[in-house]
Design a protein around this ligand. Structure first.
Ligand code: ZN
Length: 457
């Protein structure tokens, strides 16, 4: 059985060179069989791409799906990162029962799928003995329900952050052994090392400089590599992170982690906002990748990560939305436009081309997650494909319609495929009622607010 996407006038391969194509894509099984001037075979299923831009499915390399019911929390709206952490995730995590968490994951995944994402990585760092459910299992179930590729960056912490408020709930801590056992268990259940895996696990301490003893970091890296897992963490989200690491350890974060065996082509960090030029070159030389989160960094006033500089130095850059508690607009279309606009605002119009943003959101993301069989439209690659609809006023009047997904803001997705199977069909997610999800979301946020009020402040 094969499938033909035909009448493609505006196609991007997703490669760094910004290569375009037109014609048709033939899909056989889970892979792309051919691209070019192809006519339908007798009995072949056909998807008409007229009026669409065709790209690889978008890849989100860093998220916190538990925060999708924590958007716009008033106490966290106008405060910087540390206060936001205290008021939002660290305040609310104990109140998440399984149903609320499941609804939260479903909201975030639906938003991503409808924005053109086909691969999602969630950095989940709350594994508490207080929970009577396994958050990892819920995340994999919800991603499978929509048909998305899913990478769990299995997080955790052995030390909490110190906040000034004495009434803060304790952080969801594990022992180092408990954390490593949790990683190993998740890997045994869900880790597929193949380069077109539908499910993957990475080893992802929340924030190395705050949440773990420094001497544990080499052991964590060794254990992850023994299990064949990639390493991920938050790093240098703002100037205060970098300053604290310099003060406590005598080095800036990237050279400090180099000493801990925490750089390499199997490592990626979220944020990397505050980097020295030397740190940029160290990341590029070692192949350590960046999950660039332009919106969360803007929303929290943290700054603009030197993603374009890392890209120019030959490094690997990917795009991510980060948790919706600190970036209420958690779709990939908005993330692409924000990256495009911010780098040009800060560094001039030469700073970033639209096709480079698309590369970050596709092949850059696939490389970052080690899913090298995805993220690029070429024969032999996975059939992860997104068709962006040009039928909205934002796209009318364009001289080069192929640029629309990167320069016109979020677009409607007409269709998307993961491994040749439909995810978005005619702009909808089959089997998921958005009005019902909206009602469940309203109930979930109301429940969280009630529980929060029941706790003495
Ligand atoms: Zn994050």
């Amino acid at each position: 059985m094969s499938l033909l996407i035909t009448n493609i006038a505006h196609g991007w391969t997703g490669g760094a060179a910004g290569t375009r194509f037109s014609g048709a894509i033939r899909i056989e099984g889970q892979k792309i069989a051919a691209i070019g001037d192809l006519a339908p075979l007798p009995g072949e299923e056909v998807i008409d791409a007229s009026g669409c831009v065709v790209t690889p499915g978008l890849v989100n390399t860093h998220h916190h799906l538990f925060q999708s019911v924590m958007k716009g929390v008033p106490a966290g709206m106008n405060v910087p990162l540390d206060d936001w952490l205290a008021h939002v995730p660290y305040r609310l995590w104990p109140l998440l029962d399984e149903h609320t968490f499941r609804i939260s994951a479903r909201i975030g995944l639906a938003e991503l799928a409808l924005s053109g994402a086909t691969t999602v990585c969630d950095h989940h760092y709350i594994f508490s003995s207080q929970y009577d459910y396994d958050p990892a299992a819920v995340l994999f179930e919800e991603a499978a329900r929509l048909g998305l590729r899913f990478v769990l960056a299995r997080g955790g912490m052995t030390r909490g952050r110190s906040f000034t408020d004495p009434d803060m709930p304790p952080a969801p801590m594990e022992t180092l052994t408990g954390f490593l056992d949790g990683i190993s268990r998740a890997a045994s259940l869900w880790h597929d090392p193949s380069d077109m895996a539908m499910t993957r696990v990475a080893c992802a301490p929340a924030t190395p400089n705050f949440n773990f003893d420094a001497q544990a970091l080499p052991e964590i890296a060794r254990e992850a590599r023994r299990l064949g897992l990639r390493l991920h963490a938050h790093l240098s989200e703002n100037e205060a992170y970098a300053r604290q690491t310099l003060r406590d350890f005598g080095l800036r974060p990237v050279p400090w982690l180099a000493q801990k065996d925490w750089l390499g082509e199997d490592v990626w960090f979220a944020h990397l906002v505050d980097l020295s030029p030397y740190e940029v070159s160290l990341l590029a030389e070692t192949g350590t990748a960046m999950a660039h989160c332009p919106q969360a960094n803007a929303r929290l006033g943290s700054g603009i990560a030197p993603a374009a500089a890392l890209h120019a130095a030959g490094g690997t850059v990917s795009l991510a939305v980060d948790g919706a508690g600190a970036n209420e607009a958690a779709g990939m279309g908005m993330a692409m436009y924000t990256a495009f606009a911010l780098h040009r605002a800060a560094h001039g119009v030469e700073a970033l081309r639209p096709q480079t943003v698309l590369h970050w959101a596709t092949q850059g993301g696939a490389r970052t997650l080690g899913l090298g069989g995805t993220g690029l439209l070429a024969p032999g690659m996975a059939a992860d494909i997104t068709l962006f609809d040009l039928g909205s006023p934002a796209c009318f009047g364009l001289h080069d319609p192929a640029l629309a997904p990167m320069i016109c803001g979020p677009l409607q997705v007409r269709h998307s495929l993961v491994a040749g199977r439909p995810v978005v069909q005619d702009g909808r997610l089959p089997g998921l009622s958005l009005p019902d999800l909206g009602l469940a979301a309203a109930e979930a946020t109301a429940r969280l607010a009630r529980r929060k009020e029941a706790i003495p402040a």
